[in-house]
Design a protein around this ligand. Structure first.
Ligand SMILES: Nc1ncnc2c1ncn2[C@@H]1O[C@H](COP(=O)(O)OP(=O)(O)OP(=O)(O)O)[C@@H](O)[C@H]1O
Ligand SMILES: [Mg+2]
Length: 263
């Protein structure tokens, strides 16, 4: 039996000016429906590349990716992406950017008033009600990132693909959105693949942490099961020895095993 998301011997080779560059090699991963996976690894190891394969924005050079037993070929509305470099349409307001996605997913079967309601609710969730009518060039980087998150969540996707969604945010906003994300995922049972550099974030949110080796030809080095009970409370976790042990294991992978390899 395959997982809901099944990645089988995926490889990604880019054509560059200097010839072929193998970014990913032999990626094998099965993700259960509703599972929360984080991808962690050093900068440039291929995390965004892997996420883009699942998003269907690139085709693998070799191997196959299946979602619900169907081959991933191009993007689809059941997979929402929050990009690392918040990609908003500059001529649309915050409202307009989210509305466009909502309309694409629900426009055929719901009245305009309901689409508007969905859009406003999503922007409210990320604390942007006051900025509905501002354009991307009028808001901060963190706010743009929050619009991107609102846009993805408003689509009620089966699969959420998040590329360092909280990277540009201050610690308080980040903590608030992490809690919100945990609540939403619990409610919607979305299957989530999230790239992060933040070890605490990975342990707090994940069912499993996928740790990637350094590139070129990066692959999955190790997978850590995070058995901490849910719902999770960041303050209580701080006193949980299991939490600190997991954190230590991720740090050891990143800063000892992988650094030695890179040296
Ligand atoms: N379109 C492309 N053409 C050529 N090389 C690429 C392309 N996209 C990515 N790469 C290369 O593939 C490797 C992996 O890049 P990727 O963006 O996936 O890394 P990452 O793990 O997301 O890094 P970061 O943490 O800095 O975001 C890098 O060496 C990058 O230069
Ligand atoms: Mg990246």
């Amino acid at each position: 039996m395959h997982g809901y998301l099944h990645i089988d011997h995926a490889k990604m080779v880019f054509d560059t000016k200097k010839g072929k560059f193998t970014a990913l090699s032999d990626i094998n991963l099965d993700v259960k429906q509703g599972e929360f996976i984080t991808l962690i690894g050093h900068s440039g190891c291929g995390k965004s590349t892997l996420l883009n394969l699942v998003a269907g924005l690139n085709d693998p050079s070799d191997g196959v990716l299946l979602l619900s037993d169907k081959e991933i070929k191009g993007p689809g509305p059941e997979r929402a992406v929050v990009f690392q470099n918040h990609s908003l349409l500059p001529w649309l307001t915050c409202f307009g950017n989210v509305y466009l996605a909502v309309e694409r997913v629900f426009g055929a079967k719901e009245p305009k008033a309901r689409l508007k309601e969905r859009t406003e609710a999503a922007l409210d969730m990320v604390g942007l009600t006051h900025a509905l009518h501002q354009r991307p060039n009028e808001i901060s980087g963190g706010m743009k990132q929050r619009v991107g998150i609102a846009r993805a969540l408003a689509m009620e996707p089966k699969v959420l693909l998040l590329d360092e969604p909280f990277g540009a945010l201050d610690a308080l906003t980040r903590a608030g959105l992490q809690d919100e994300l945990m609540r939403i995922v619990e409610e919607t049972h979305a299957t989530t693949l999230m790239v992060t550099h933040d070890v605490d974030e990975a342990v707090l949110l994940s069912d499993r942490i996928v740790m990637m080796t350094n590139g070129p030809a990066a692959t999955i080095g190790d997978i850590l099961e995070v058995g901490l009970p849910r719902p999770r409370d960041r303050l209580k976790l701080a006193e949980n020895p299991g939490y600190h042990h997991l954190r230590g294991q991720v740090l050891e992978f990143l800063y000892q095993k992988q650094l030695r390899k890179a040296a």
